[in-house]
Design a protein around this ligand. Structure first.
Ligand code: ATP
Ligand code: MG
Length: 652
């Protein structure tokens, strides 16, 4: 990567330079970590300091060894330890908390279901017994294709209980995508449902799963079907298909001993979002993953057993795995599970859920926050959100403007906001502020967590100077790291690792800058750099300037064929995208970034095309700007906007 600023100014990216906001005193008093020495003590005692994470778990055999790094980059965390992930999420809480709520579920039709830890334990045991009955054994991969209903975490934990790795596929993905993932995971078992509601209509998930079975090379041994819709859809079951309710009823009250697994055994397979190319099948091990997730849930999100916590991410993605299921349940807290969308039946929905559940810790994405901003502050402002203690965000860079809006309108103006950087591959949070210790800088994710050796380096692997653009890498292994890829050892090595004189480095694929205080600003993907009239600019830097204009909610910039900049821009619902707004945008970019970076075209659009996990698909927007073929858009969350955008661009 190159210097981004054409006028000698380096990419400050989405940073709000200089401003550091101290952790609020009242928060600090009860924070999980309040001692700044934590950074030094992890550094001095690495990797052994990570025992603190292992100690948050209950082990069948406590690990003597913290890290085996004999065969890099195939690292093994807690290699001689043995444990069961489901026992850590359920059984060990029974003594103290059997009657505390584990899950409060809210369905799309206004349904509600609550599970205490005892309830959840009972159903997971019955489901585990049922799966065994169908032939599932330790090591068999079970594919789960379910929407956000309680049976999804139950199925995951039932698999974990019997040592069967799960392979959750986001319920909104196509039959094709499901078939690929069944085959890639060598999975012979599938758990799905008859259907689910999309706003008013019942959608037939079962027929999509049937199509996937036809497309897949693998022959499934058995399929379990959850009845989500009652009689709303006719879904007859074949001989090798089993009704979930009947199966669980038949085993109700049975106990299945949790199977002790090696810490290095596979807990699950999870595919990346596919923002930059074909999704990769990431494998996570049991011990290191769960330890890192538990440690960060407790110390970064500051979740306590007496919290009501809500991670709004879909369990079909890594955030939902780590911080929607394993993290909160390992911590013994109450977690909200929400099936619906944030604007159905109305735009008060999210705030209503926070209010009625007295949610104290809320974790969501910049995409969601930008939607909230677009809808307007009147929605959160008319709810009592005073229960909120801490806010988190993940998935993309958050602009200082969105960060402040979130803190102001959701966090009551004083809750800590943790901007957490991590990936499917890292398994758990790797960079973020510690909310009771580290000052926050809006737009910057912050320093690496204690014990995480992240650096911003140049092409040769040398650390860049503060303010210069470089590559975000991780210089030493960390507990939550992937243990490999479904695509094999060679791909794993090639995709992520570089060997140099001082050892092996993990390449995150993200570009970043670092400031004098060691705070990292994520600039997006390494390839998200555009060439404008022979100058190189980072997309995040341009976009941050554009969204700082009043009335603008989202922006994506791409390069066109003539070396110019095309900006796709969405606005707040009450704002007219007129000539004055265009002028304000170009002036802002010229003033804040560089004269030469002025957008040549500004395309106003009601929405930007997004992946299913909510990330802007810049590649597609670039194809449109260049008038190129853009192929299949069915993997998008909102494919319908593509046609609209294309015709707007053509008309101009
Ligand atoms: P693929 O790897 O298939 O292209 P993906 O990288 O989008 O897809 P994920 O693992 O879901 O799949 O996303 C991780 C990426 O999300 C990170 O590499 C980074 O680019 C982005 N990201 C996550 N958290 C943050 C954050 N707090 N700030 C900026 N970017 C973030
Ligand atoms: Mg990625």
């Amino acid at each position: 990567m190159d210097d981004a600023g054409a006028d000698g100014r380096h990419a400050g990216g989405a940073s709000g330079d200089g401003e550091a906001i101290d952790p609020p005193e009242t928060f600090r008093e009860s924070a999980a970590v309040a001692d700044p020495d934590v950074y030094d003590s992890f550094a001095a005692d690495w990797p052994d300091a990570w025992r603190a994470a292992a100690d948050l778990l209950e082990w069948e055999r406590y690990p003597e060894t913290v890290l085996d790094d004999d065969d890099p980059p195939f690292y093994e965390w807690f290699p001689d330890g043995r444990l069961n992930a489901a026992a850590n999420c359920l059984d060990r809480h029974l003594e103290d908390r059997r009657n505390r709520l584990a899950i409060r579920w809210f369905g799309k039709r206004g349904e509600r279901r609550s599970y205490t830890y005892a309830d959840l334990h009972r159903e997971v045991n019955a489901a585990a017994a049922g799966l065994r009955d169908l032939g599932v054994e330790e090591g068999d991969v079970v594919t789960i294709y379910l929407p956000m209903i309680p049976e999804l975490p139950v199925a995951m934990l039932a698999c974990a209980r019997i040592g069967a790795p799960h392979n959750v596929v986001f319920a909104g993905l196509s039959a094709e995508a499901l078939a690929t993932r069944i085959d890639a995971a060598d999975s012979a078992y599938l758990i799905t449902c008859d259907g689910y509601y999309r706003r008013e209509d019942a959608f037939n998930q079962k027929s999509r799963a049937d199509n996937a079975r036809l497309k897949a090379d693998a022959d499934l041994e058995a399929t379990v079907v959850v009845d989500r819709l009652g009689d709303a859809l006719e879904t007859p079951l074949a001989a090798d298909e089993h009704d979930y309710g009947t199966l669980v009823d038949a085993h109700d009250g049975e106990r299945v001993d949790p199977v002790a697994r090696d810490a290095t055994d596979l807990l699950f397979v999870m595919y990346t979002s596919g923002t930059t190319g074909r999704p990769k099948g990431v494998e996570h091990a049991t011990g290191g993953y769960l330890a890192h997730v538990a440690w960060t849930t407790r110390n970064v999100l500051d979740v306590r057993p007496d919290d009501t916590y809500w991670c709004a991410a879909d369990i079909g993605w890594i955030t939902g795995h780590s911080y929607g299921v394993y993290g909160p349940l390992a911590t013994g807290t109450t977690t909200v599970l929400y099936e619906g969308s944030p604007d159905y039946p109305d735009r008060d929905r999210v705030w209503d859920l926070i209010e009625r559940n007295a949610v104290s810790v809320f974790y969501t994405s910049p995409t969601a926050i930008r939607s909230f901003m677009k809808w307007g502050a009147e929605y959160p402002d008319r709810h009592d959100l005073s229960s909120i203690r801490l806010l988190g965000t993940v998935g993309e860079s958050i602009t200082p403007k969105a960060w402040r809006w979130y803190r102001e309108h959701v966090g009551g103006g004083d809750a800590p906001v943790v901007d957490t950087w991590w990936q499917t591959e890292t398994g758990a949070i790797a960079l973020a502020t510690l909310p009771g210790v580290t000052p926050m800088k809006p737009g910057k994710v912050g320093p690496p967590l204690p014990g995480i050796d992240a650096r911003v380096v140049d092409r040769d692997g040398d650390p860049v100077e503060p303010g210069e653009t470089g590559y975000l890498t991780i210089g030493s292994p960390w507990p939550g790291m992937l243990r490999g890829l479904r695509e094999g050892e060679e791909r794993y090595r090639r995709e992520y690792w570089t060997e140099s004189e001082d050892g092996w480095h993990y390449r995150t694929g993200d570009g970043a800058t670092v400031d004098e205080d060691g705070y990292v600003t994520i600039l997006g993907r390494v390839d998200d750099v555009i060439n404008v009239r022979a100058h190189r600019f980072n997309t995040a830097e341009l976009e941050s300037a554009i969204v700082s204009v009043d009335g603008v909610t989202e922006a994506a910039v791409v390069g066109d064929d003539d070396g110019g900049v095309v900006a796709y821009v969405t606005t707040r619902s009450d704002v007219d995208p007129d000539a004055a707004l265009r002028e304000a945008i170009t002036t802002e970019v010229a003033g804040v970034v560089a004269e030469v970076a002025r957008p040549d075209r500004i395309v106003f659009t009601p929405e930007l095309p997004k992946t299913r996990s909510g990330k802007i698909m810049r590649r597609l927007l670039e194809d449109i700007a260049r008038g190129e073929e853009f192929g299949d858009v069915s993997a998008l969350r909102n494919p319908e906007v593509v046609g609209e955008i294309e015709s707007t661009v053509r008309e101009e």
